[in-house]
Design a binder for this molecule. Structure first.
Ligand code: FAD
Length: 141
């Protein structure tokens, strides 16, 4: 089973509600545990940045489900690569809230200090996600 990492960006769709993030995380964690997928989900400025790691077949299947989800839109794949080891093996889907996406961190990895992964390279998003690991609790994801 080849190990891969996929990173994409998307925007919330009209009608996205306050409870939707919790529902998305609940489903993601349940399904990802069953499929041995790990990763992170960042949310800020109405934008999602998500990384999925796991076997090529399982990551591909999850990404297809995510593409068909009407709760978000403008989904753009930023990076996809075969990897030797996971970066996010402690989280079935770790969550990074807007408060962790600070101006200095955005400035370090993009052209300005606002969280906008549409304007970042795949490699910058990967490095940002790795740096964010230290901000996320592992207990209960
Ligand atoms: P079912 O539960 O059978 O649902 C059928 C359809 O309805 C699907 O297209 C589903 O996307 C959609 N749907 C389900 N609930 C709602 C709702 N409340 N409002 C509108 N449409 C809905 N899934 C994972 O497995 N792993 C992940 O890491 C993951 N991350 C996600 C990140 C984001 C930003 C979003 C928006 C979704 C994510 N999901 C993830 C959820 C994924 O899109 C699917 O909803 C989920 O995997 C269930 O798929 P299903 O085919 O079994 O759908």
């Amino acid at each position: 089973m080849y190990l891969v990492r996929l990173i994409y960006v998307s925007k919330i769709a009209n009608g996205f509600g306050a409870d939707d993030i919790e529902h998305i995380l609940d489903t993601a964690r349940t399904k990802n545990k069953a499929d041995n997928i790990t990763g992170l989900l960042c949310f800020g400025s109405d934008i999602f940045l998500q990384c999925l790691e796991g076997s090529r077949a399982k990551v591909n299947a999850a990404y297809h489900r995510i593409l068909n989800d009407s709760r978000h839109e403008d989904i753009v794949m930023l990076d996809y690569q075969e990897i030797i080891e996971r970066e996010f093996s402690e989280w079935s889907m770790g969550y990074v809230p807007e408060s962790s996406l600070t101006a200095p961190l955005n400035l370090k990895y993009s052209g300005n200090n606002v969280f906008d992964p549409y304007k970042m390279t795949g490699e910058s998003t990967q490095r940002l996600l790795i740096e964010l690991k230290s901000t996320i609790p592992t207990i209960g994801d």
